[in-house]
Design a protein around this ligand. Structure first.
Ligand SMILES: Cc1cc2nc3c(=O)[nH]c(=O)nc-3n(C[C@H](O)[C@H](O)[C@H](O)COP(=O)(O)OP(=O)(O)OC[C@H]3O[C@@H](n4cnc5c(N)ncnc54)[C@H](O)[C@@H]3O)c2cc1C
Length: 596
């Protein structure tokens, strides 16, 4: 039976010492009165909820899964899910980072992000129900009409209703330009939607009174491709005159998928048979509106993986302290025991430190992005808002793909620490690995994230956003260049920044001749950029730790040791990745299609 302790000490370090979140938030009018103590208290309470209420349902939810009843076309979530969600709503957690105008508490995104790390560590499948609702809230908040906002936002904010995003169809996943669901305008201003959606997370369940589906569909006059997609809000129950759930709408779940992981979350086939919906945003501009939800969800998926990385690490570390096998290569360590704990073995430490570095690097990186989202939304200076928006746009695909790839590695290494016991369901490690796999696929596969980064975020503005963030990295390196203790971190960080700049130019030049060069380089390119981010944050964390580690404080001694491990053992992967990225498209495209 696995365990989970919310990493509150590390969260406080990241928020208060590394990012100085209270000072940053003090400049944002809605958050000006928020102090570090309040942030800490909210995290502590969130941690208690995650560990105490949601975590105990993780393994049982995985074993039981969701149940579909073809007669009523209803879905029942695993035992305990509904009650845990009721407690979540009663405690006011869904409203944490929502607009006060709609009943929210108006707390910052950076806090919500940390809450979601803990919820995901405790139970990713359960957390997807409220997680998707928050995405729907953000989309309607940004693009809904005043009437739509008044009707739906208070219910999503309170958590009484949950939300979904309905994009995927059987023949169209990545390429949404192929989607076929139709929306016919009605004289009363509503639309009738017909079509089939698949793989819709939380598409049907018994946890909330209503489900607000955000559905992509085509109007009759839509141009082909992605320029002809519109967004609609399609509630499961049509709100009556008082805004309460009324008549059943013609959007039903036809089946749920049997799948590798996240068994507690219903992955639904949704049929729309002239379902009533209303347009959100401009006609044919639905993808644009949906991007608000997709961007929020991309960082959210990164947080799913960060949670899994942390919980897998914690359990593997606990096991490695207890499991006795063999003796240390340098001589017996536990004289009074028949064998030493496996923690003495260098390679067991490598596996543990890999998972821990991916957790602590990921926490620093993703918290920084979340804080930038707060600045993007609320900073009084438009130039600062724009700069934050550019940074968020650049870093979001890196966070999604790098954190989810890392979690797959981390969960696999953590499982390996258990040896054969890791493969056995009872210990919970194989569930973490199964659950982690989907995060590399949905919200745009990691390949698509890497193309988004390279093509849209980097090459489309000739590297301007990359240089803007690079300026911060350089400023940090220059500020600490005179400290000889920092050389072991700053030298490789600066070198990697130079190499990334050169690699970007080289790919950009090649891509002008042949677009396949971009597709061939994108995945290793994103991973290099991810390491550049982690190197920057580990260098900053090391700098904050040097003095206090020397003074003997264990927290900072561990931080420093982890930073050194990261630079020695994980960062060197970039040498290989850069070679791969530079090797070009030829070796990939040489084989004739017929030979595959
Ligand atoms: C458990 C689960 C939950 C999901 N939840 C939701 C949800 O709530 N809402 C929703 O709308 N969808 C959801 N999805 C769908 C998910 O977002 C899609 O599966 C994903 O976007 C990929 O689409 P696809 O499966 O059709 O794969 P395809 O698009 O067919 O891709 C197949 C492969 O080809 C690659 N590929 C495709 N196009 C390109 C390209 N242009 N360049 C390079 N490589 C390319 C992909 O990276 C992938 O490796 C969910 C899926 C699952 C399995």
């Amino acid at each position: 039976m696995p365990g989970y302790t919310p990493p509150l000490r590390d969260m406080r370090f990241v928020l208060q010492e590394l990012l100085e979140a209270d000072k940053v938030l003090a400049e944002l009018p809605p958050h000006a009165g928020l102090d570090a103590d309040t942030l800490s208290q909210v995290l502590e309470e969130g941690g208690k909820f995650a560990a105490g209420v949601v975590f105990p349902l993780n393994q049982t939810g995985d074993r039981e899964g969701c149940r579909y009843d073809p007669v009523t076309r209803s879905v029942t979530a695993p035992a305990g899910f509904r009650d845990a969600y009721r407690q979540f709503v009663e405690a006011g957690w869904p409203s944490l980072a929502c607009d006060t105008a709609f009943g929210g508490q108006g707390l910052p995104a950076v806090l919500n992000n940390a809450l979601y790390e803990m919820l995901n560590a405790a139970n990713q499948a359960w957390t997807m129900y409220p997680g998707l609702s928050h995405g729907a809230y953000e989309c309607l908040h940004a693009h809904g009409t005043p009437e739509q906002k008044a009707l739906y936002l208070p219910k999503l904010v309170s958590g009484e209703w949950t939300g979904t995003m309905c994009l995927t169809e059987p023949h169209c996943g990545t390429d949404l330009g192929l989607l076929k669901t139709r929306a016919m305008p009605q004289p009363d201003g509503s639309y009738r939607l017909s079509g089939g959606k698949i793989f819709i997370s939380a598409g049907e369940h018994d946890m909330a009174a209503n489900i607000v589906h955000l559905v992509l569909a085509r109007l009759p006059d839509a141009p082909p491709g992605t320029r002809g997609i519109s967004l609609f809000v399609v509630p499961k129950f049509l709100p009556d005159a008082d805004g309460a759930p009324g008549a059943r709408n013609a959007i039903h779940c036809g089946a749920i998928e049997h799948k590798m992981g996240i068994h507690g979350n219903a992955t639904c086939q949704m049929n729309l048979d002239e379902a009533t919906g209303w347009l959100v945003g401009e006609p044919h501009r639905g993808l644009n509106a949906m991007f608000v939800m997709m961007n929020a969800a991309r960082l959210g998926v990164g947080m799913q993986s960060l949670g899994l990385t942390e919980v897998a690490y914690q359990n593997a570390a606990a096991y490695a302290r207890e499991r006795l096998q063999g003796r240390s290569l340098t001589g017996t360590k536990a004289e009074d025991r028949p064998a030493d704990p496996i923690l003495v073995h260098p390679d067991v430490r490598r596996m543990l430190l890999t998972a821990r570095a991916y957790a602590e690097g990921g926490r620093a990186f993703s918290s920084c992005i979340a804080l930038m989202i707060d600045c993007e939304q609320h900073h009084p200076d438009p130039a600062t808002r724009q700069q934050a928006a550019d940074d968020v746009a650049l870093l979001t695909p890196i966070a999604k793909a790098f954190l989810t790839d890392n979690a797959w590695i981390a969960c696999s290494e953590a499982l390996q620490v258990f040896g054969g016991h890791g493969y056995i369901a009872e210990w919970g490690m194989e569930q973490y690995l199964r659950d982690a796999r989907i995060n590399m696929i949905y919200e745009g596969t990691n390949t698509i994230q890497s193309l988004d980064l390279l093509a849209r975020k980097v090459l489309s503005d000739n590297g301007a956003k990359l240089r803007q963030f690079g300026g911060k990295v350089r400023a940090f390196a220059e500020a600490h260049a005179a400290d000889p203790r920092m050389a072991e971190f700053i030298t490789p960080l600066a070198e990697l920044g130079d190499k990334l700049g050169k690699l970007t130019m080289e790919i950009g030049m090649k891509a002008q001749q042949d677009r396949d060069e971009m597709g061939a380089a994108a995945v290793p390119y994103l991973r290099v950029a991810g390491h550049w981010m982690f190197a920057y944050f580990f260098a900053r964390m090391a700098q904050l730790s040097l003095d206090r580690a020397a003074g003997g404080d264990d927290f900072y001694r561990a931080k420093l040791a982890l930073a050194r491990f990261y630079f020695a053992r994980l960062l060197p992967e970039t040498a290989m990745l850069i070679r791969q990225a530079r090797s070009g498209a030829a070796s990939l495209m040489a084989m004739d299609e017929a030979l595959f």
